[in-house]
Design a protein around this ligand. Structure first.
Ligand code: BGC
Length: 808
């Protein structure tokens, strides 16, 4: 990464003198411009200085700090030295006789930095890299790779003058129809938590802040400002909070963003048990907590729901330090005057924010270049997109296809290839490589077909509105009753080596998907196209490859039999088409594996009957989601309740094969209590004929004493380097007691129960043919005590209506 240039800033020097702090030595005087990004270890000193600063602020200045200037309001931002058009929000600064704190800038998001690419009267451009979406990154199961992507994105933020990135998104993919699943990593909390930690570490290595979001249980978009998730405390702990805890512990993100939804009757950003008891006291989180934009019913969004005039006050009391985008000063001033917002609460929130502000590039006087290395980042984006691509099916080695062959490409998505989803997770990238542009680097492409689809797209596309703009969608052309396309199909089956059929699905923030045809299931036209193409090509003994350029998973049961090979690249960012071509040609041997299960049918999804929720008071607003599957989310459900799936969690094919050696226990210190762990090693050998990487997963099947448990749970994973044919690598796995533990809601404790544990080191969650090794725990280990009553179910909710409870 580039060398950083911090310029000398007299304001900072003045501040350094005015807030000389006890216990702050020369080495970590944060007010001196420092070429190195600050390390989290210095937080204590920043905190001491923040406490000094707060003593020098008026109430009005403190209120400026805890609530931003409002949406799209750089003019209103206090002490904004230099704006970056397109940022999502600001933390106000302060100037008085004693302190001079510049405003700092917060910018989305999960698939790349979201800023305006052009500026009035300025011929320079400010494009950012569109990285592969979160679901792709997680499917790589490669933490080092994700960390590198984080470094790249962090560097773009730094060089474009942004202080805090509003990412990574890391909600659990509870249901495949959540419109924002693309921003998230997985249905599993350990995978989500580790991926998030890698991303945060990469971003923050560049000296900017990262924000883990959306905390917590934000699992749907429909009426997202009002939906109340009714969730058992055990499911919250084991599924929804666990990933955030792992990420907060491992990577110390600068910020946590609270989510829009309520949990068990109260907005998350107004829950002291969540933000103080759990996040600060139990986890020891040292960063700042900010709201999601307009969250907590703070302003009128839907006429059916009256605004809560005390929302800002409640957020402040609960420990939601920073209200975004803000503009709530007046209501907070009134609350202060009425004695409802105390100095203690206000000062606490200001200290949390200023502790972080001191680490930010703007405060530190970083002289940004506006010239991140976009070429290097594009190369990395392509590599990451290819590594996260999943090969679901590959009968008779349909893939790879020899370079130089001629290909027939079907489906309008080939020319309308999606780089990512819509909303705040979208990125203003300089370009997107579509499938055709990618394939034509390596193959001869049937140009008559491409031309057909280009014209068809232009004639039939519709511009649809999304939360922050518009995008094109276009229904596919049926082949039946379409003489022109029929001729092209039969000609192509004669002339070309293979058919590539692509299906696309766009989705994003502010809406959920539908389980119907045309969305979760293929439309009639799409099915018709695939059927006709498969018939024509199979009649010539030629292969049909399906490419899924989708925001989230779609049904495969209706049509998988028609395809010889299925590739799931999701949305690979700006280099998407090149990355697919790399896998199709075998330049990259696929090593992606599913971070979410593909069920046989949507109705098999354990939350299919409760998603996205209910309108309980008939006001036209979905206001409640009963998460009655409890801890049985994703593979935890399918494996425990013997439900057959189309493709299991963790699954993905390669062009080579791997042998798994018997795992062995390296060290077992579990009996030492909360700091204990058990570690394993297993040797993976490339038993095939092509070089490749393998993501190995460690699942545990735990004994049931007090608590029912899923049949298996992922506890760690590791990926080999690229192994040459015949080469082996020994992988290490470590399972800390905290990750092994289950949550005992009766006693408010994380416990490791006594008994025999089976450990499977496996290529996927289908462990049918995997021999376990076992270890035993002699007596129950209490890993930690937690806050009694935290996130308790609302009164009147029948605990027995949750599967987890009902199973006990
Ligand atoms: C989204 C956040 C985003 C924020 C700022 C909200 O609508 O939920 O994820 O960071 O806007 O753009």
């Amino acid at each position: 990464m580039k060398t950083k240039h911090f310029k000398f800033n007299p304001i900072m020097l003045a501040l350094a003198i005015s807030v000389t702090v006890i216990g702050c030595n020369d080495d970590d005087d944060s007010t001196n411009p420092d070429p190195q990004p600050p390390s989290n270890g210095e937080t204590t000193n920043y905190r001491a200085q923040a406490e000094q600063m707060v003593a020098q602020l008026s109430v009005s200045e403190k209120l400026d700090i805890v609530t931003g200037p409002g949406m799209n309001n750089p003019e209103g931002a206090v002490n904004l030295l230099q704006d970056v058009p397109g940022v999502a929000g600001y933390i106000n600064g302060v100037v008085n006789d004693d302190v001079n704190i510049p405003a700092t800038k917060l910018s989305d998001g999960p698939a790349g930095l979201r800023i305006e690419p052009t500026r009035d009267g300025d011929e320079n451009t400010y494009y950012a890299t569109a990285w592969p979406i979160g679901s792709v990154l997680a499917s790589s199961w490669n933490k080092e790779l994700v960390e590198q992507v984080g470094e790249g994105q962090g560097n773009e933020a730094l060089e474009y003058g942004v202080d805090v990135i509003l990412a990574p998104g890391m909600n659990i993919q509870r249901n495949p129809l959540n419109g924002r699943n693309f921003e998230y990593y997985s249905e599993d909390p350990v995978l989500s938590g580790r991926m998030s930690a890698a991303m945060v570490e990469g971003m923050q290595s560049q000296g900017v802040g990262a924000t883990i979001k959306h905390f917590v249980a934000n699992a749907s978009e429909t009426d997202r400002y009002y939906v109340d998730d009714i969730v058992e405390p055990r499911a919250l702990r084991e599924i929804y909070l666990r990933g955030f805890q792992i990420s907060a512990d491992e990577a110390e993100p600068m910020a946590i963003m609270t989510s829009y939804n309520l949990v068990n009757g109260t907005y998350v950003n107004q829950r002291e048990d969540a933000l103080i008891d759990i996040v600060r006291n139990e986890w020891g989180f040292d960063g700042m907590v900010m709201s999601d934009w307009f969250a907590g019913n703070i302003m009128q969004i839907n006429d059916a729901v009256p605004v809560d005039p005390d929302s800002a006050l409640k957020q402040q009391i609960a420990g939601n330090n920073l209200i975004q985008p803000g503009n709530n000063k007046e209501s907070l001033q009134q609350a202060y005057d009425a004695g409802e917002l105390t100095d203690e609460v206000l000062d606490r929130n200001v200290v949390e924010i200023l502790t972080q502000v001191q680490k930010m590039p703007t405060y530190r006087g970083y002289d940004y270049s506006n010239q991140p290395d976009l070429d290097a980042h594009a190369t990395l984006a392509r590599q990451a997109a290819a590594e996260g691509t999943i090969l679901l099916k590959n009968n008779d080695a349909a893939l790879p296809i020899t370079s130089g062959s001629s290909l027939a490409t079907f489906g309008v998505n080939q020319v309308n290839f999606y780089k990512g989803g819509t909303g705040s997770g979208d990125v203003n990238a300089a370009y997107t490589v579509n499938l055709i542009e990618g394939l034509e680097q390596t193959y001869q492409i049937n140009s008559a077909l491409t031309e057909y689809y280009e014209n068809y797209f232009v004639e039939n596309r519709v511009e649809v509105g999304n939360l922050l703009g518009t995008n094109y969608e276009c229904e596919d052309a049926p082949v039946t009753d379409n003489p022109e396309l029929q001729v092209l199909v039969s000609q192509a089956a004669q002339d070309n080596t293979a058919a590539i059929v692509t299906f696309g699905r766009q989705a994003g923030e502010g809406g959920d998907r539908s389980p119907e045809q045309g969305d979760y299931r293929l439309s009639t036209q799409e099915l018709d196209m695939l059927t006709q193409v498969a018939e024509a090509f199979h009649a010539q003994d030629k292969k049909v490859i399906v490419v899924l350029n989708v925001n989230g998973i779609i049904d495969t049961s209706d049509w998988a039999d028609l395809a010889d090979a299925i590739l799931l690249p999701y949305m690979g960012g700006q280099e998407a088409g090149n990355a697919v071509a790399d896998v199709v040609s075998g330049a990259v041997n696929p090593s992606g594996k599913l971070a979410q299960t593909i069920p046989k049918a949507y109705s098999d999804v354990p939350s299919s009957e409760t998603f996205s929720g209910l309108d309980t008071n008939d006001d036209g607003v979905i206001d409640e989601t009963h998460m009655n599957e409890g801890i049985y989310v994703g593979y935890r459900y399918y494996t425990s309740f013997d439900v057959d799936v189309a493709y299991p969690f963790g699954y993905g094919l390669s062009y080579t094969t791997f042998d798994y050696g018997q795992p062995t226990i390296v060290e077992n210190t579990l009996s030492s209590g909360s700091d204990g762990a058990i570690s394993f090693t297993a040797t993976i050998t490339n038993s095939g004929t092509v070089a490749g990487k393998e993501a190995a997963q460690l699942y545990v099947s735990a004994p049931e004493v007090k608590l029912m448990k899923p049949t298996i749970e992922l506890k760690d994973f590791a990926k080999t380097d690229e192994l040459a044919p015949g080469a082996s690598q020994s992988l290490s796995f470590n399972v800390p007691a905290s990750v092994l533990a289950s949550f005992d809601p009766e006693n408010n404790q994380w416990i490791v129960e006594s008994g025999t544990y089976s450990v499977y080191v496996a290529p996927s969650s289908d462990i049918t043919d995997v021999a376990p090794i076992t270890f035993s725990v002699a007596s129950e280990i209490v890993v930690s005590d937690t806050t009694p009553g935290a996130f308790a179910l609302p009164e009147g909710v029948d605990a027995a209506s949750f599967v987890t409870v009902a199973e006990q």
